[in-house]
Design a binder for this molecule. Structure first.
Ligand SMILES: NC(=O)c1ccc[n+]([C@@H]2O[C@H](COP(=O)([O-])OP(=O)(O)OC[C@H]3O[C@@H](n4cnc5c(N)ncnc54)[C@H](OP(=O)(O)O)[C@@H]3O)[C@@H](O)[C@H]2O)c1
Length: 304
């Protein structure tokens, strides 16, 4: 039986890294907001339902699936994948959320400054303006580079930490910290968080510094291969570096532009850490050394 006093929060991307972590965190803080998992996969949704979990099917490319998924939903965690489709997906979902009477939307963005020119940062800024122009109460969460990229797009290659941005540092944030912030914002709702932008960056490290942290956590020497964006472009042209399967060509091209802008110093505004986790959660953020210890085996598996 539903408790009408506890808001129901639709969690997009519940099969992905961030969404799954948001669901876990909301479940661990029962009574604050009930997570309603969302996926495109009918089989996944059916399995969740069989396990007694609230879940709905939604395909962000098919707005006909939106009204059913948004029925009885009070709050939405809106995240999109690594494709340029995020633009029409966010626009149409926001329209449907307005029509469905959703009370609060929390959007997962990037660490942007409102003047971004690289495409995927610009897309996030574009959709945030659209959200702000809607009738919805909203908050944006702006994470810097996910530490989890070290298990994916930035995984060790031939035992090395490949860094195509010279000695430039970027901010790093753990997925569990992003999820903890999103879950708190969703649970506390618009009275506390409407109109807020939360920037997340726990550590500021370049590739050589990341390699040092990983070496200490793994007890193995992880060398850094420090390159430039031009070197990376040559590797891509030679077929030595390919984009992950879940990234479309436009988004992949944009990540290279981001690397180039970072290398050229055009992203220097973002070379900062933030106190958001401490301020909102009253604890230190997860730093890369502790993250690497938690994920030690997954990192070691990349060496075998
Ligand atoms: N990686 C970084 O360093 C970084 C930094 C800052 C911001 N971000 C942002 O983080 C977001 C990606 O987060 P993530 O890494 O957690 O994603 P992820 O693990 O790749 O998961 C993507 C999720 O999106 C869902 N999805 C994809 N297409 C969908 C569609 N058409 N309809 C409904 N659901 C769909 C998938 O669910 P189903 O397959 O189950 O439908 C999946 O659960 C992007 O917006 C990116 O810009 C990333």
């Amino acid at each position: 039986m539903r408790n009408a006093n506890v808001p129901r929060a639709l969690v997009l991307g519940a099969t992905g890294r961030t969404g799954a972590a948001v669901v876990r965190t909301l479940e661990a803080t029962a009574g604050q907001a009930v997570p309603v998992r969302a996926s495109r996969s009918k089989a996944t949704v059916e399995q969740w339902n069989e396990e007694g979990k609230e879940a709905v099917r939604i395909d962000l490319d098919d707005p006909d699936t939106f009204p059913g998924a948004l029925e009885g939903i009070d709050r939405v965690f809106l995240m999109t994948g690594y494709t340029s489709a995020m633009n029409h997906q966010t626009k149409t979902l926001v329209d449907a959320a307005e029509d469905a009477g959703v009370g609060f939307l929390v959007h997962l963005g990037v660490f942007s400054d409102g003047r971004s020119t690289d495409p995927h940062f610009a897309w996030h800024e574009l959709v945030e303006r659209y959200i702000a122009g809607s009738t919805l109460a909203w908050a944006n969460v702006h994470p810097h580079v996910f530490m989890e990229n070290l298990l994916g797009i930035n995984r060790l290659r031939d035992g090395q930490m490949v860094w195509p941005m010279g000695d430039k540092r970027v901010g790093w944030i753990a997925n569990d910290d992003i999820a903890a912030v999103v879950a708190k914002v969703l649970a506390e709702g618009p009275k506390t968080h409407a109109g807020k932008d939360y920037y997340l960056s726990a550590d500021l490290l370049d590739g050589a510094e990341v390699a040092e942290v990983l070496s200490a956590a793994l007890g193995r020497e992880i060398p850094a291969l420090v390159l430039t964006p031009d070197d990376l472009q040559r590797m891509i042209d030679a077929g030595l570096n390919t984009a992950p399967a879940n990234m479309d060509a436009a988004y992949a091209a944009s990540t290279l532009i981001w690397a180039r802008q970072t290398y050229e110093g055009r992203m220097d505004y973002s070379a900062v850490t933030t106190s958001t986790v401490q301020d909102l959660l009253g604890r230190e953020p997860i730093h890369l050394d502790s993250w690497a210890t938690t994920h030690r085996q997954e990192l070691l598996d990349q060496l075998s």
